[in-house]
Write a protein that binds this ligand. Structure first.
Ligand code: HEM
Ligand SMILES: *[C@@H]1O[C@H](CO)[C@@H](O)[C@H](O)[C@H]1NC(C)=O
Ligand SMILES: *[C@@H]1O[C@H](CO)[C@@H](O)[C@H](O)[C@H]1NC(C)=O
Ligand SMILES: *[C@@H]1O[C@H](CO)[C@@H](O)[C@H](O)[C@H]1NC(C)=O
Ligand SMILES: CC(=O)N[C@H]1CO[C@H](CO)[C@@H](O)[C@@H]1O
Length: 322
């Protein structure tokens, strides 16, 4: 009994110690009025993913987009009557799964002690984790305590481009406090999910404006992609990690190593000494560190430009500011 109390005190002090820094910490809502929070997020997320496993990719991507624009502050979730919020931006056209976050929020708001307590930014960070877990991907602990932003503006959506080279991508990530390892590891998220044909048509049909394809892509693979993506078809989807698109594994790095990376931003990871080394470690040496590397980089991503303490607000509905 005494030992148990002592342990509880040590844990509590540890938590308080971290929270003084305005930082995030694990189990935040257990100490802040809503101990059921993580269970509710998991149950709702699993419910949706079992019905439609492809939502896992969409939700993982949504968290990434949220964090890269104004930080992980839930701004990607906000709707604007004028269609000028982040989610109206072109790269957002294929974002899906907003209903998962909105449902989690409405369940939480229906529990009296959780009402007005849980941020949408935290919900999204946790939904992304649980969505990956629901398709047998890695688990990572998600430090919580983010606050929600009040601004979402289409003009600020400046995500890394699928046409960017590795120099630019490294800069994009460095601007968010993420290094080359985070870049190559997080790009591994493309082990699941799809892209629309429109984003790759110039790469396979008209790379330099002379009816050619990108020499950095395997010639046979270009032909395969042409079959799936006829020249004028911009809407059909193709798997980003063919033969393993529904499995969260390190196969993406084999794909990139075989010059079958779908975007220039995937292939270009072979052109940098650090990112190339990581790809070879996974694809050739089979080092099997991807799951734990991914977990670490996701936690780092979840800290990008966050609002904590008195900053921001706790939204009542995730799709609008209070
Ligand atoms: C390195 C820079 C990145 C670029 C340039 C990039 C670009 C893209 C593009 C263009 C698509 C296809 C979208 C469409 O069809 O409209 C996509 C899909 C996706 N991206 Fe990325 N991405 C990057 C990094 C990331 C990161 C860091 C994550 C998550 C940690 C991520 C997760 C995903 C997922 C899961 C999908 C599939 C979505 C689905 O199937 O609905 N991406 N990405
Ligand atoms: C979005 O940003 C643009 C450019 O900075 C600005 O003119 C516009 O007023 C902003 N819109 C909203 C709704 O804040
Ligand atoms: C990478 O892209 C940037 C921006 O388009 C360009 O300025 C730079 O020259 C490119 N670097 C390489 C090595 O191709
Ligand atoms: C290929 O690109 C060139 C230069 O941008 C353009 O003039 C031409 O119409 C394109 N061809 C096709 C088939 O789209
Ligand atoms: C999912 C989503 O909100 N998509 C939006 C992306 O932007 C277009 C164009 O502004 C909107 O019509 C979509 O609703």
């Amino acid at each position: 009994m005494a030992l148990k109390n002592l342990l509880a005190l040590v844990v509590l002090l540890g938590v308080v110690g971290v929270s003084f820094g305005g930082d995030l910490y694990e189990g935040y809502y257990r100490y802040n009025n809503c101990p059921q929070m993580e269970d509710i997020v998991r149950d709702v997320t699993y419910h949706y993913i079992y019905k439609d496993p492809t939502l896992a990719a969409a939700l993982l991507r949504m968290h990434f987009h949220d964090c890269f624009v104004r930080g992980c502050d839930g701004s990607v979730l906000i709707k604007s009557p004028n269609n000028d919020a982040e989610r109206d931006a072109v790269p957002n056209l294929s974002l899906r799964g907003y209903e998962v976050v909105d449902t989690v929020k409405s369940v939480l708001e229906s529990v009296s002690e959780c009402r007005g307590v849980v941020s949408c930014a935290d919900i999204l960070a946790l939904v992304a984790r649980d969505a990956v877990l629901a398709i047998n991907g890695p688990w990572w602990s998600v430090p919580l305590g983010r606050k929600d932003g009040r601004v979402s503006n289409i003009s600020e959506v400046n995500l890394p481009s699928p046409f960017a080279n590795v120099t630019t991508l490294k800069k994009n990530f460095a601007d968010k406090g993420l290094n080359s390892k985070d870049l190559v590891v997080l790009s591994g998220a493309h082990t699941i999910g799809v892209s629309s044909c429109g984003l790759i048509s110039s790469r396979i049909y008209n790379f330099t404006g002379k009816g050619d394809s990108d020499p950095a892509m395997d010639k046979n693979y270009v032909e395969e992609l042409k079959k799936r993506c006829p020249p004028t078809d911009v809407t059909t989807s193709v798997d980003m990690d063919p033969t393993s698109a529904h499995k969260f594994d390190s196969h993406y790095f084999n794909t990139v190593y075989q010059k079958k990376g779908l975007f220039i931003s995937d292939s270009t990871l072979l052109n940098d000494i650090d990112t190339n080394f990581y790809i070879q470690m996974q694809a050739v040496l089979n080092l099997n560190t991807f799951n734990s590397d991914f977990s670490k980089s996701m936690v780092k991503l979840g800290y990008v430009e966050i609002l904590t303490g008195d900053q921001g607000e706790i939204r009542n509905f995730c799709d609008r500011v209070n």
